[in-house]
Design a protein around this ligand. Structure first.
Ligand SMILES: [C]C(=O)[N][C]1[C]([O])[C]([O])[C]([C][O])O[C]1O1[C]([C]OP(=O)([O-])OP([O])(=O)O[C][C]2O[C](N3[C]=NC4=C3N=[C]N=C4[N])[C](OP([O])([O])=O)[C]2[O])[C]([O])[C]([O])[C]1[N+]1=[C][C]=[C]C(C([N])=O)=[C]1
Ligand code: NAG
Length: 321
C-alpha cells in the first residue's frame, strides 16, 4: 500500500522532511530523556573487580597499558598481550601493574592477527587463572593512507584491527559465558566520522562496530559488549610518565595541532568506570557524540568542518612521500 508514495518522487522526499519535522517536535523530550539516563548512570552499581580476571591485548603502550593499571588498582588479575619485540615494555607494564595492586599478572607475547596465537593466549589465561571475566580487544594500528600508496601494503590493518579483535573474542566467548563476563572492543570515533587519509583505519573500525553490534544480539544479556568510540587521546604523555627509559614514547604533535585532544588518564578512568557499569557505547571526549549526530543529520556541515580542520595540504597526494 506504500508503493504509491515511494514511487512518487515528491511524496517519497516528503516522508523524510516530515520525519525531520517530527524530530524537531520530540527533541525536547529526547533531551530530557538523555539527561535522565545520564543521571541514572551516575548511580548505577560498578562491578567489583577484586579477584576477577581481565585479558588485555596491546597492553605494552598507550591506552591498553593505562587500562591495565586502572584494572590493577581495582585488584583484578591480568593477562596482558603484545607482539614480541626486543624493545617491548610488556614485562615492565606487568611489574608496574603488580605494584599498583594486581594480585597476579601474566604477560604473553602474541600477534593478534594470527589465529593460532590468539587461541594460545586465551588458553594460557584460562590455564593460569581458571576463568575470564573481561576481554579487552585493544590492540590496533593507524597507518595513514593516500591514493598514491601501494594498496596491498594495508592488508595488515584489517588483520590487526578487525581480525585481531574477532579471533580472541571467538575463543573467549565460552569462558565469558560461564562468568557472565564482558567484551570491550576498541573501535574509534574514526569508525563513524571517517577523517581524511584514515580510509583503512576507519574501515577497520567501522567493521568492528558493525560486527560487535550484530554479535550483541547473540550473546546478550549473558555477555555484555562495550564498544569504545574514542576521539584523539594523548597516549604519548602517559607512556612517557611510566616508562623508565623513554622507550615507547610516541609524539604525534601534528595531530594535536588540528584536533581537540583529551588526556589519557581521565579518559581511561571514564572508560573503565563505564565498562564496570555495563555501558554499551563509550565515547570520550563526550563532544564527539555531537559530531556523530552532525555526521548523519547534517552531512554538509560535517564536510565543512572536516575541510577546515584538515588543511588541504594533508589531502594533496603530490605532497605525500
Ligand atoms: C582504549 C583504546 O582506545 N585503546 C587503543 C588506542 O590506545 C590506540 O591508539 C588505537 C589504535 O588503533 O586502538 C585503541 O586504541 C587502540 C590503541 O591505541 P594507542 O594506545 O594510541 O596505540 P599504541 O600506543 O600504538 O598501542 C597499540 C598497542 O597494540 C599493540 N599491538 C599492535 N599490533 C599488535 C599489537 N598487539 C598484538 N598483536 C599485534 N599485531 C602494541 O604493542 P606492540 O608491542 O605489539 O607494538 C600496543 O600495545 C587502537 O585500537 C586504536 O584504534 C584505539 N584508539 C581509538 C581512538 C583513539 C585513539 C587515540 N589514541 O587517540 C586510539
Ligand atoms: C569485592 O569483593 C571482594 C571479594 O571478592 C570483597 O572482599 C570486597 O569487600 C568487595 N568490595 C566491595 C567494595 O564490595
Amino acid at each position: 500500500m506504500y508503493e504509491a508514495y515511494f514511487n512518487n518522487r515528491f511524496t517519497n522526499t516528503l516522508v523524510f522532511y516530515v520525519f525531520l519535522l517530527l524530530l524537531l517536535l520530540v527533541s525536547p523530550f529526547l533531551f530530557v530523556w538523555e539527561l535522565v539516563s545520564y543521571v541514572r548512570s551516575c548511580f548505577r552499581r560498578k562491578e567489583n573487580m577484586s579477584g576477577k580476571v581481565v585479558l588485555i591485548t596491546g597492553a605494552s603502550s598507550g591506552l591498553g597499558e593505562l587500562m591495565a593499571y586502572e584494572y590493577a588498582k581495582l585488584g583484578a588479575c591480568l593477562a596482558i598481550i603484545a607482539t614480541r619485540k626486543p624493545e617491548s615494555r610488556l614485562e615492565q607494564v606487568a611489574d608496574r601493574a603488580r605494584e599498583l595492586g594486581s594480585p597476579d599478572v601474566l604477560f604473553m607475547f602474541g600477534d593478534v592477527s594470527k589465529v593460532d596465537e590468539c587461541r594460545m593466549f586465551v588458553d594460557g589465561t584460562i590455564e593460569r587463572f581458571g576463568r575470564l571475566d573481561h576481554l579487552v580487544c585493544n590492540a590496533g594500528i593507524n597507518p595513514l593512507y593516500s591514493i598514491n600508496n601501494d594498496v596491498t601494503k594495508f592488508e595488515h590493518v584489517m588483520d590487526i584491527n578487525f581480525w585481531g579483535s574477532v579471533y580472541p573474542t571467538q575463543f573467549a566467548i565460552p569462558h565469558l559465558m560461564k562468568t557472565k563476563g564482558k567484551i570491550v572492543v576498541n573501535a574509534s570515533a574514526a569508525g563513524v566520522l571517517n577523517p581524511p587519509r584514515c580510509g583503512f583505519y576507519s574501515a577497520s573500525k567501522a567493521a568492528l562496530i558493525s560486527f560487535y553490534e550484530s554479535l550483541k544480539f547473540e550473546v546478550s544479556p549473558t555477555i555484555r559488549i562495550t564498544i569504545l568510540t574514542l576521539g584523539y587521546i594523548e597516549t604519548n604523555i602517559i607512556t612517557a610518565k611510566y616508562s623508565s627509559n623513554g622507550v615507547g614514547v610516541r609524539l604525534r604533535k601534528d595531530m594535536k595541532d588540528v584536533v581537540p585532544t583529551m588526556e589519557a588518564e581521565p579518559c581511561v578512568k571514564a572508560v573503565v568506570d563505564g565498562i564496570r557499569k555495563g555501558a554499551t557505547f563509550i565515547t570520550e571526549p563526550r563532544f564527539m557524540k555531537a559530531l556523530f549526530l552532525i555526521k548523519y543529520m547534517f552531512p554538509q556541515l560535517h564536510q565543512f568542518y572536516v575541510n577546515m580542520y584538515f588543511p588541504s595540504k594533508n589531502r594533496d597526494p603530490k605532497r605525500d612521500g
